[in-house]
Design a protein around this ligand. Structure first.
Ligand code: C2E
Ligand code: CA
Ligand code: CA
Ligand code: CA
Length: 279
């Protein structure tokens, strides 16, 4: 999109106008979709690489329009953030994932972990901690089995606020993972000051692993960093067996990706876990 600034006025090009109209249209559509239950949560299993057993799942939001089309969260999450709807939507995802965790526990999966993505807009909301505590209380989800994923880029902003927030979250018993790790530039000394539990290696670095000789260097560095800081490490976006094997040989304990399972509905996850337990 092009824009020109003249004498303090912005002249929007036609394409920019189209973009803004499109964004506003999607904002309304998303709000309606949320009200009409077109949004749902799917769960992607997380696997222990050594045993190949599932240890948890990541909750991921889906939007399917009445004509059957899926709209990617990469497209609608930024719009939900921009419009503020993410506060309500994020709370709903949190409560839905907590309830699903409770159901899985009733079905016998007691050690199962549930990872929930948290947007920086949610995280910065003055009532975030209350929203989290209420979700835990109302659903009866054990905080020890809940993990919040925040992105590395988010971890880079306002360090003092982040450190304080993480301290308060940790007091509830919930764990914290840094998502998309390796894409930002957090220093070792900074990471040491954060009360985090897990680093999630970004898919881009997992993909590179089987490429050039130097392709595995970032994944390797993150695994090493995790070991040095006493943090768990999980690789995301593992699509083939070679990647899984290299990760395991590098000492990565956990992985998530299409190789093991795609994100699935709650009932599919229930079935998938039960089948797995019978193997
Ligand atoms: P993310 O948190 O990095 O989630 C991982 C994404 O990688 C998911 O895309 C997942 O479906 C996809 N994925 C998993 N395994 C593989 C694989 O082996 N290969 C490939 N190519 N992709 C894989 P998805 O579900 O489309 O979500 C995209 C992003 O949208 C997420 O990235 C996250 O940033 C955001 N998002 C999704 N659900 C939520 C939510 O409830 N709240 C917030 N704040 N953000 C969400
Ligand atoms: Ca994530
Ligand atoms: Ca990620
Ligand atoms: Ca990502």
């Amino acid at each position: 999109a092009k824009s020109q600034q003249r004498a303090g006025h912005f002249y929007f090009s036609r394409s920019m106008g189209v973009e803004i109209r499109e964004r506003v249209r999607m904002m309304h559509a998303l709000r309606t979709a949320f009200g009409q239950n077109q949004l749902f949560v799917v769960y992607q299993p997380q696997i222990d690489l050594a045993t190949r057993r599932p240890v948890g799942a990541e909750a991921l939001l889906r939007w399917q329009t009445p004509d059957g089309k899926f709209i990617s969260p990469d497209r609608f999450i930024p719009i939900a953030e921009y419009s503020g709807l993410i506060i309500e939507l994020g709370e709903w995802v949190m409560r839905t994932a907590c309830r699903e965790l409770v159901d899985l526990r009733k079905a016998g999966h007691h050690d199962f972990m549930m990872s929930i993505n948290v947007s920086q807009v949610q995280f910065r909301h003055p009532h975030f901690l209350d929203i989290l505590k209420r979700a835990l209380d109302d659903t009866g989800a054990p905080p020890q089995n809940i993990e919040l994923e925040i992105t590395e880029s988010m971890a880079m902003e306002e360090p003092d606020l982040l450190i304080k927030m993480l301290g308060q979250i940790k007091q509830t018993g919930v764990s914290i993972a840094i998502d998309d790790f390796g894409t930002g530039f957090s220093s070792l000394s900074y990471l040491q000051r954060l009360q985090i539990d897990r680093l999630k290696i970004d898919r881009a670095f997992v993909t590179e692993i089987t490429g050039s000789a130097r392709g595995s260097s970032i994944a390797e560095m993150v695994i090493q960093l995790g070991r040095n800081l006493g943090l768990a490490v999980i690789a995301e976006g593992v699509e083939d067996e070679r990647q899984a094997q290299i990760l395991q040989s590098l000492g990565c304990p956990l992985a998530q990706g299409f190789l093991f399972a795609r994100p699935m509905t709650a009932s599919a996850l229930n079935g998938w876990l039960s089948n797995d337990a019978l193997e």
